[in-house]
Structures are given as C-alpha cells and as structure tokens.
Design a protein around this ligand. Structure first.
Ligand SMILES: Cc1cc2nc3c(=O)[nH]c(=O)nc-3n(C[C@H](O)[C@H](O)[C@H](O)COP(=O)(O)OP(=O)(O)OC[C@H]3O[C@@H](n4cnc5c(N)ncnc54)[C@H](O)[C@@H]3O)c2cc1C
Length: 502
C-alpha cells in the first residue's frame, strides 16, 4: 500500500498506564475496531506484524454484503436481513452459529454506511455465487483510468481517517508496525496486554485494559494449522498473503480459547494461473465479480460443466471431478492442476469494468484474446464445433429457451457469441479462506473450552469461527470484519472505561 505511514515512534514498553485497548492486526477487523474505539472516546494501540496495515482485507476484490441498503433500493433490488441470513445459513449448511449470523445480517446496512462515512463509494452491487439477489457492494467501475479494487480502497480510506484523527489527538491512536504479538498476558484471571517482538527481535510488553485479536486466518499456514486441520488442502495454492499464519488462533489456544470449525477451509474455485509462472504456490484471485458479470467456465474439452454462480465449494468440486489439467500448449497450461478456462466477451468486460479487466489482461497477462471461437478451439486443440455448440447452447439457456443442465437461474449481462472476440484465462482452485477459528459470542468475547468468556479478550474477523459454517458466501467476510470489529471495539472500550467485563 502506498499511502504515507504515520507510525508513532514510541517504544512498545513505554505504552502502559492509560486505559487503552490493544488491537492486534491491521486488516479490516482491526481498523474497524480501532475507529469504533476512537469514535467512542477511547484510546487504541494497534499492533501490526507487517510493515503496513492492510492484511488480506486490502486484496478483497468483489466487495461487502449489505441487505436492504439504499443503493439496492435505487437499483430496484428487494433484499432484507432475513434473506441474507437465509442465504448465509444455506451456504454454510446450517453449521453456522445462528446468533452470530443474526447479528451479521441485522448490522449489514450499518456496516456499509460505516464505510461510506469514511468516503468509500459503495454505490454499485454484484451478484456473487450463492446469493439470492445482488448485494455485494463495491465501487462503481470507472470507464477508464485506474481500477479501484474494493478492499484496497476500503483499507486506504479507513487508514486515512485514522491518520486524520491521530493528527488531531495523537494520544488516541498509536500504530506499531513490524511489531508481532508473540503472547497474550493474563494476570489474576484477566487479559491485561500482549507481549510483542519487533523486527530486530526485541521483546516488550504492551499493557491494555482489553485486547482485541484481529489477526486474520491461516490460509498460508501449510506447515501448521493447515497440516493439523486440513490435510486434504495441502498441495493447493493459496490466494492469501504469507502473513496468514493463524497466529492469533495459536496464541489464544494456548490460553484455553475454544476453536471451532477448524477443518472448514474454503478452496476458491477460481484463482488465475500466471502464464509466466504456472506452478506458483501463491495465486491472484479471479474475482467472483467476473462470474457475477457473465464470465463462463469451460473445461479442457471446451464444454461448460457447472453453474458458474453456484457455491464456491460446489464449483471447486466440479473442477476437481469434471475438469482435467490444461496442457502447456494452451497459454502455458495449469502445471498439472485440474483447471477451468474462464471466458469473457467485450460486453461482460464492460460490465465488470475495463480498468480492472485490463489489469488482469494487460498488466498481469492472465487473459488472452481470440478473434472468434475457431481461434480459441485451435489454441485449445479441440474441434471448433464443440466450442460453437457450448456457446450456442448457453445462448439458448440465456434466452430462456432451454433449462440450464446445472440449474443456473440468473444470467448476468450477456451470452458470448461464437463469432465475437473471446478472452480466455486459466483458473484453478486455491485455498482462500478459513471458516474456523476462535469461538466468540455476540459481544465478540473470546470463549474458552469451558464455554466461559476469557475476561478482557475479544476477537473479530477471520481469526474467529462460527459465522460462516461449512462454506463462506462471497462478501460476508468483509461484512463480518466491520460488524464484529465494531462490536469488539465497543465491548473493549466499555470494559476499558468501566474496568469491568461486559
Ligand atoms: C484475494 C482475496 C480476495 C478477497 N475478496 C473478498 C471480497 O471481495 N469480499 C469479502 O467479503 N471477502 C474477501 N476476501 C476475504 C477477506 O478479504 C478476508 O477474509 C478479510 O479481509 C480478513 O480480514 P481480517 O481483518 O480478519 O484479517 P486481515 O485483513 O488478513 O488482517 C490481519 C492482519 O493481522 C496481522 N497479523 C497477523 N498475525 C499477527 C501478529 N502475531 N502480530 C501482529 N499482527 C499480526 C497481519 O499482518 C494482517 O495485517 C478475500 C480474500 C482474499 C485473499
């Protein structure tokens, strides 16, 4: 991220006496908690292990869910917290913590408003897989110029707001970057701070009246939590930053925190294969919004093989069972991994947004243009009648003349004509999100193995488990970060003010 760092040059060990909340992790959950605490008159020490805030939140590309917003109303979309709750429970196979889902759904409009209040222009919506209606709010695509990815913009604006507040009242917000939490300190049964380590290995203690863990998930912890809870995922690439090691989960676990849903690990169906490095273990996500704006998926035989707008776990399963690896002769191939080919047309690209598409196609070179279906078929090594039949059949389904064999019910933007230019990219499944983590209650209190809150310890965002059940809906993670980040902030500052547990 390229905005100016305003890092307070104080030694962590000096930060002691004031009634203060220590927030660990500078992703969306951590920044939402921080802003809430400051808005409620409290003080924050934000501890971030990397050289800047952002986390995986800054990578988010499809947006944040809101059910019943004025943006939806203006676009004529009927939605409600009840419908979001229904979709969330259905996607999660009812394994979700229903109390948390209710809190999530009932606070979604306020969460979108919270981000809009710091200047994020969330006035367009996407239809993501598994949703009944378009409700994933993102920034309207500019017609030209630079793309404005949702996560990056959200994190930039939140950080700018915190910087602004810090300039006004420096004592209210202190940010320590390149400072890793290595332990949680508990005295007389109450969490009273964290132990941290600086980049040069120096350890110190940071005291606070409450600690909020916002350290994210463990999708990049191949040798640790993934090995322990998700052996079936080993071998898949990851879309996450290397910092997603589940450290908050591991450290709170040592303190007796209860973990839930740890074996529920989301493999996203569409991560781009980079033709320059097809075997790379870290992949760039092919945003769900691409399919939401009409992208189709075919296999190496040139055939559709599933509902592009189905749940993530469904389409990943389709790729694993009904698609083979792509040969090197086609755009560098998929390095032996089962893969799909994503197809787009000029119309679907316009709907998705040219600047963002150009980033994928021109800057990253994930997409290659073919003048028509014959060119594509030749490159793929299949008979051109197969590709033509695939696209003609989808046109019939799109026009309502035929049922989709895989149950697709919503057909965004346009079908792709065999005779128009077709853009193709190889996509593979990749570890994307960890549904499991620390058990929390509706006040974001961390719950221990005996079912009791750990006094003084709160958590929000991907470090927690329970909200998403077996499978997360697109757009619900950013929502969870804002909703439970703010709740954790509120709970933490109130415990701080009164010096009692909420
Ligand atoms: C490519 C991609 C696209 C996505 N798109 C979407 C989307 O469109 N919509 C959606 O809802 N979700 C999306 N997600 C998921 C979502 O972005 C994340 O789940 C969510 O942002 C997690 O936020 P967080 O605040 O919990 O953690 P993060 O944003 O990951 O932040 C955690 C922070 O904690 C820091 N940290 C970790 N351990 C320590 C430690 N010991 N000490 C100090 N700091 C520590 C990390 O460095 C990091 O900065 C996407 C994820 C990825 C990877």
């Amino acid at each position: 991220m390229n905005w100016v760092l305003i890092t307070v040059a104080v030694m962590a060990s000096q930060l002691t006496a004031e009634p203060t909340v220590v927030v660990v992790g500078g992703g969306l959950a951590g920044l939402s908690a921080s802003l809430e605490i400051i808005n409620e008159g409290g003080k924050v020490i934000l501890v971030e292990g990397e050289s800047n805030t952002g986390g995986n939140s800054a990578k988010a590309s499809s947006g944040i869910n809101g059910a019943g917003t004025d943006t939806q109303e203006k676009l004529g979309i009927q939605d409600s917290p009840e419908l979001l709750m229904k979709d969330t429970l259905s996607a999660g196979d009812d394994e979700n913590d229903k109390k948390l889902v209710k809190v999530l759904a009932e606070n979604s409009v306020a969460a979108v408003e919270f981000l809009r209040s710091v200047g994020v222009d969330l006035t367009d919506v996407n239809l993501c897989g598994g949703h009944s209606v378009p409700r994933t709010h993102w920034i309207p695509s500019p017609k030209e110029g630079r793309p404005i990815p949702a996560g990056f913009e959200i994190m930039k604006r939140l950080r700018a707001k915190l910087n602004e507040l810090q300039e006004q009242k420096p004592e209210q917000f202190r940010l320590l970057t390149q400072t890793k939490m290595v332990d949680i300190i508990r005295e007389s049964g109450k969490v009273v701070g964290v132990e941290v380590e600086s980049a040069d290995g120096e350890k110190s203690k940071i005291n606070g009246d409450a600690v909020i863990l916002a350290t994210g998930g463990f999708s990049a912890d191949q040798d640790g939590l993934l090995k322990e809870f998700g052996a079936q995922t080993l071998g898949f690439p990851s879309t996450n930053g290397a910092f997603a090691k589940g450290e908050g989960v591991k450290i709170a676990r040592k303190l007796g925190a209860k973990l839930i849903g740890m074996e529920r690990i989301q493999i996203h169906p569409t991560a781009f294969v980079d033709p320059k490095e097809p075997a790379a273990g870290t992949k760039f996500l092919a945003a769900e919004a691409l399919r939401g704006k009409g992208a189709l998926l075919i296999n190496s035989e040139g055939k559709r093989f599933g509902n592009e707008l189905g749940r993530r776990d469904y389409f990943t399963g389709r790729i694993q069972e009904h698609a083979k690896p792509i040969e090197e002769s086609f755009q560098g191939g998929s390095a032996g991994r089962n893969a799909a080919i994503m197809l787009m047309s000029e119309k679907t690209i316009d709907a998705f947004g040219r600047p963002a598409f150009n980033f994928y196609a021109i800057v990253k070179k994930f997409f290659k243009k073919y003048e028509n279906h014959q060119e594509l078929a030749k490159a793929l090594g299949v008979d051109d009648t197969v590709i033509k039949a695939t696209l003609d059949e989808y046109q019939e389904i799109f026009d309502g003349k035929k049922e989709d064999p895989w149950g697709k019910k919503v057909f965004p933007v346009a079908a792709i004509s065999p005779n128009e230019p077709i853009y193709a990219a190889i996509v593979v499944p990749a570890i994307h999100y960890t549904m499991g983590g620390l058990q929390i209650d509706e006040n974001s209190r961390v719950i221990d193995e005996q079912g009791k809150p750990i006094i003084g310890l709160y958590a929000a965002g991907e470090v927690t488990g329970g909200v998403h059940g077996s499978n997360r809906l697109g757009g619900n993670s950013l929502l969870e970060c804002v909703v439970f980040g703010r709740i954790a902030g509120h709970s933490g500052i109130n415990a701080s003010k009164t010096r009692t547990e909420l």
